[in-house]
Write a protein that binds this ligand. Structure first.
Ligand SMILES: [Zn+2]
Length: 100
């Protein structure tokens, strides 16, 4: 079974969980009481004391442990891709300059 982290969370963990919710790479945690709403409208909001629904009193006291680091990983990968693009662009520009 996947490892879980239980509230209360630190400010840094709360921030990481809310970044996860905003990532859209994975399905966010959502409130089960608003099945008619779009996922992004019923996404739970992390607080130090657990997840809260913005529309009702639903709460949830745990998260998957990997959710704490995945936003950082995604940003690191994203910047690696951009650095890769930059290198490819430099190489292309150099080849074009060499051909002149
Ligand atoms: Zn709700």
């Amino acid at each position: 079974m996947a490892e879980r982290t239980e509230a209360p969370w630190t400010d840094a963990q709360v921030e990481a969980l809310n970044r996860f919710q905003a990532l859209r790479l994975f399905h966010p945690f959502t409130c089960p009481n608003h099945s008619g709403m779009r996922d992004k409208d019923r996404a739970l909001v992390a607080t130090r004391h657990g997840w809260r629904c913005p529309h009702c009193s639903y709460t949830q006291g745990w998260a998957h442990r990997w959710m704490l680091t995945v936003a950082d990983e995604a940003e690191r990968l994203d910047s690696m891709v951009r650095i890769g693009d930059l290198r490819a662009l430099r190489k292309k520009n150099k080849q074009e300059a060499d051909n002149d």
